[in-house]
Design a protein around this ligand. Sequence first.
Ligand SMILES: *Cc1c(COP(=O)(O)O)cnc(C)c1O
Length: 266
Amino acid sequence: MGGEFNGNKARKLEYFLKADLRGIKRVVSYGSSQSNAMYSISLFAKIKELEFYYVVSSLNSNLADNPIGNFKFALENGMQIFIDKDREQKARELASEEDSLLINEGVWQKEAEMGFISQAKEIESLANKHSKTFDIFLPSGTGTSAAFLAKHTKFDVFTCPCVGDAKYLKSEILALDPNSKVQILNPPKKYHYGDLKFELYEIWQEILKETGIEFDLIYDPVGLLTLFANLDRFKNEILYIHQGGILGNISQKIRYERKIKMREMR
Ligand SMILES: *Cc1c(COP(=O)(O)O)cnc(C)c1O
């Protein structure tokens, strides 16, 4: 299946994985062509023996001819791809029948909450076992993970935007939990989703070398730089949450290597 069902996307899909889906024949979603959510939903659909329709706004011809990374493995799991400039609208159309389950881009929705109740409990028992108090940090896309983890843990939760700015992230979080106490930190500078920047690749490589842990190449470099730039905000031991996404590194690494070869970076 090209990887496992893990990371925060598995947490987000826990509710659907356990739900009674009798009468449902297909899952419909939308988003970017290399998204970790897309891959995880493809695996979920395969496990549940459902069709999977996925709508992208555009599809680069390179990727269409030579699928790699999340896109390749999602296709292998049976994903059927649709291309439409208004991907959300098209997905809503495709999901209009009763036998379809629509999942929002990045699984930004209330059903994602259940998985983070479990995660909060796991963190609490880890803290109890070692008599620790944590400040939790995790980088955000939609903010779903940060919002629901913060809702169910007694510890302070910090995050940063990796897609869009802090204001946008805050509105996405408040839509899921109007009383959210998540603390949003600003990255040292503004990054766009999937940006290829020298300092992002550098911190990712450094951490890999020092710890042997492979982090995601899209969210985590922004998260790590933000964390290091804001150390004065933390009062307790920092618990950094690894949220999976390693399969997505295949394509992002190729993009970086191509750019380094062309000496275009910096
Ligand atoms: C999806 C993803 C995120 C962002 O999660 P949100 O709940 O959308 O904020 C962060 N890191 C990794 C590795 C991801 O795959």
